[in-house]
Design a protein around this ligand. Structure first.
Ligand SMILES: NC(=O)c1ccc[n+]([C@@H]2O[C@H](COP(=O)([O-])OP(=O)(O)OC[C@H]3O[C@@H](n4cnc5c(N)ncnc54)[C@H](O)[C@@H]3O)[C@@H](O)[C@H]2O)c1
Length: 278
C-alpha cells in the first residue's frame, strides 16, 4: 500500500493540530444531525473544533460527543445569516487557536413550501440568506487565514434537492446555488491551496427529519426503495465531510459527493432503461 502524499496511510489522526469550524453543529435533542456527526468525526481525527449554532441548548449533545472522544472544542452561539455573526465566529477561532484549516458550511433549513406563484418573496430572500449567503459570508472570513497558510478545505452541505430536484422550489434553488458556488470557488481558490467541495445527501434520518414527524412505516418505505435498502444517517454524511476535509482528498476539488444509498444512480438507470434498445 502506498503512503506517498499521505494517501493509503492508516486511518487515524489525519487532522491533528488542524482547526475546523462546523456551522449548524447542533441539533434538536440528542439525535445525530449531519453537523453534529461531522463535528464529532473531525474531533475524533484530531481537529480542534469550533461548534456553531443558533442556541447553546442545541450544542449540548454535540459537546458531550466531543468530550467523550477527548477533543478540543469551543462553542459559539451565532447566526450565520449575519455578516457580524460570521466575522465573530472566525475571529474567535483565530483568537483561540491562531488558524482555520477546515470550514464545514452545514447550516441549511427547508423553508417555505409554496410554489413560485404563492411564495412570499420576503421568505424566499430569507431562505437564500440562511442557506446560500451564509456560505459566502463564512468563506469570506475563513479564506484570508487559509490563503495565508496556503492551505484549507471548505465543505459545503448541499442536497439531492439541488443536484436533482425537490418539490419546494426555494429549497431546491438554494441547494443548487451551493453547487455552483462550490465549483466557482474551487476554481478561484485552488491556486491558493484551498479546496472547495460539496456533499449532496439523500434523505438521511436526522433530528430535522424527525421533527417533521416521519412515521416508522414511512422511514422503512424510504429505505426499501434504495439500492442499498438501508436508511442513511448523519454519520454517513459526517464520514463524507471527514474525507473531503482532510488530506486523503488532497487532489479533489470542485466535486459534489453524492451520499444517498444509491438513490440517484438508480434514477439514472431507470431512465436509461426506457431509451436503451433491448
Ligand atoms: N436531513 C436530511 O435528510 C438532509 C438531506 C439533504 C441535505 N441536508 C442538509 O444537511 C444540513 C444539515 O441538516 P440536518 O438534517 O442535520 O439539520 P438539523 O436541523 O438537524 O441541524 C442543523 C442545525 O443548524 C442550525 N441552524 C439553522 N439555522 C442556523 C443559522 N442561521 N445559524 C446557525 N445555525 C443554524 C439549527 O439550529 C440546527 O441545530 C442542511 O444543510 C440540510 O439542508 C439534510
Amino acid at each position: 500500500m502506498s503512503t506517498r502524499n499521505g494517501a493509503g496511510a492508516a486511518a487515524g489522526n489525519d487532522l491533528d493540530g488542524r482547526v475546523a469550524i462546523v456551522t449548524g453543529a447542533g441539533a434538536q435533542g440528542e439525535g445525530i444531525g449531519n453537523g453534529r456527526a461531522a463535528a464529532a468525526l473531525l474531533g475524533g481525527a484530531g481537529a480542534k473544533v469550533v461548534l456553531v449554532d443558533l442556541s447553546q441548548d442545541r450544542l449540548a449533545a454535540t459537546e458531550d460527543l466531543l468530550r467523550d472522544n477527548g477533543s478540543d472544542f469551543i462553542s459559539i452561539v451565532a447566526d450565520v445569516s449575519s455578516e457580524a455573526g460570521c466575522r465573530r465566529i472566525v475571529e474567535s477561532a483565530i483568537r483561540q487557536w491562531g488558524r482555520v484549516d477546515v470550514l464545514v458550511n452545514n447550516v441549511g433549513v427547508v423553508g417555505p413550501a409554496e410554489s413560485v406563484v404563492d411564495i412570499d418573496p420576503v421568505a424566499w430572500d430569507k431562505l437564500f440568506r440562511v442557506n446560500v449567503t451564509s456560505v459566502m459570508l463564512m468563506s469570506k472570513f475563513c479564506i484570508p487565514p487559509m490563503r495565508a497558510a496556503h492551505g484549507g478545505s471548505i465543505v459545503n452541505v448541499s442536497s439531492l434537492a439541488g443536484a436533482l430536484t425537490h418539490p419546494r422550489p426555494a429549497y431546491a434553488t438554494t441547494k443548487g446555488a451551493i453547487l455552483s458556488l462550490t465549483r466557482s470557488m474551487a476554481s478561484r481558490h485552488g491556486p491558493e491551496g484551498i479546496r472547495v467541495n460539496a456533499i449532496a445527501p439523500g434523505t438521511v434520518y436526522t433530528p430535522m427529519v424527525q421533527a417533521e414527524g416521519l412515521s416508522e412505516e414511512a422511514r422503512a418505505a424510504r429505505a426499501a426503495i434504495l439500492p442499498l435498502r438501508t436508511e442513511g444517517t448523519g454519520w454517513d454524511v459526517g464520514e463524507a465531510v471527514l474525507y473531503l476535509a482532510g488530506p486523503r482528498s488532497r487532489w479533489v476539488t470542485g466535486i459534489t459527493l453524492t451520499v444517498d444509498g444509491g438513490f440517484s444512480a438508480d434514477l439514472r438507470m431507470s431512465n436509461a432503461a426506457t431509451v436503451t434498445p433491448g
